[in-house]
Write a protein that binds this ligand. Structure first.
Ligand code: NAP
Length: 310
């Protein structure tokens, strides 16, 4: 297939570009910078330079492009300002999706994959219930995360309801691998600057980046129209277990234990680590996409990220 990939230079876009090309697909990556366009060409992709938030700019840039499918992997999460990162990402999921659907029509694409995240099941304690794609997703939830939830609902609804396009949503777990977020966590753990709640924290669901990319290739080739797929590894893990394992692998001392209320000073961390707890199933992706994570738990993945950081 010939693909228009928005976010080809990003955390999941980079391994995805590599894997798509290896699987025999042709990739046209969208980037805002000439430097990243050059990098994409070096990796065997084609590139167009455009700002997806500027509809006219995007439609002009893809004027001569033809593609079978569009993949949306845009976020603004590299920004170190949390508010800016969240707001920018929400805009890419709402307005950005609308602009990319217009681009999909312009290039003749009949399939559209969008990036979503399992946190859309709700920033709360889901207890022992194993979450599947049949559980309610992105329900209105007044509070700090309402704009993020609304943006996830928007990107999914837009692609599922688009005319003449088969829409698929990939609800990824938390990424880890050779990305900026993992590097930041490693630095904090090395310096013992990332505390964990003494309760052990909630259950989180991770996915190694190369596996996230592999699931995306499988969804492109085999995913059913109008469906969402949870792309997580095989074992939800408590934050304390994950970070203790990372510290041990790095040869660092275990992270500080602090009472949960102390983490309230860092609201995002508090919500993700102590308020949110979920165990998400990847059974549907395994069954329908013929995909399985090669790095099936954090126990396999942590040595890989620790080695890469040396
Ligand atoms: N599920 C998760 O846990 C999750 C999900 C997403 C991200 N993250 C983490 O967040 C960190 C940053 O992720 P990332 O690399 O995906 O984010 P990023 O650096 O913010 O950008 C991702 C991609 O979006 C492109 N992009 C952003 N805004 C654009 C626009 N207006 N027009 C065109 N392209 C645009 C960037 O292209 P150019 O810069 O080349 O223009 C880049 O390819 C990583 O550590 C990642 O693991 C985690």
């Amino acid at each position: 297939m010939r693909l228009l990939l928005a976010g080809a230079s990003g955390a999941v876009g980079s391994p995805l570009t590599r894997q798509l090309i290896a699987a025999g697909h042709q990739v046209v990556g969208i980037t805002r910078s000439q430097a990243n366009a050059e990098r994409l060409r070096t990796s065997g992709a084609e590139a167009v330079v455009a700002d997806v938030m500027n509809r006219e700019n995007l439609l002009t840039a893809v004027r001569d492009v033809r593609a079978d499918a569009v993949i949306h992997q845009l976020t603004a999460l590299r920004s170190t300002n949390v508010r800016e990162a969240m707001q920018g990402t929400n805009n890419l999921r709402t307005t950005g999706t609308a602009h990319l659907l217009a681009a999909a029509r312009a290039v003749g694409a009949h399939r559209f994959l969008t990036q979503s995240i399992v946190l859309g099941y709700g920033y709360r304690d889901h207890g022992p219930h194993v979450i599947t794609e049949d559980d309610p997703f992105a329900e209105p939830a007044p509070g700090r995360f309402e704009p993020a939830i609304t943006a996830l609902r928007s990107t999914e609804e837009q692609v599922f309801s688009a005319d003449a396009v088969e829409g698929i949503a990939l609800r990824y777990g938390l990424f880890y691998g050779r990305d900026s977020f993992t590097r930041m966590i490693i630095n904090l753990v090395r310096k013992r600057r990332l505390p964990v709640p003494s309760s052990g924290g909630g259950y989180a669901n991770f996915i190694y980046l190369e596996d996230a990319a592999a699931a995306t290739v499988a969804a492109l080739e085999k995913g059913r129209a109008g469906q969402a797929y949870n792309i997580v590894d095989d074992e939800p893990v408590r934050w304390a277990d994950y970070l203790d394992a990372l510290a041990a692998e790095l040869g660092a001392r275990p992270p500080w234990r602090v009472p949960s209320w102390m983490l309230r000073a860092i609201p995002y961390l508090h919500t993700i680590m102590t308020i949110t707890s979920m165990r998400v199933s990847n059974a549907k992706a395994r069954r329908e996409l013929g995909w399985a994570p090669a790095v099936s738990t954090y126990r396999d993945g942590i040595p890989l990220v620790a080695r890469a950081s040396r």
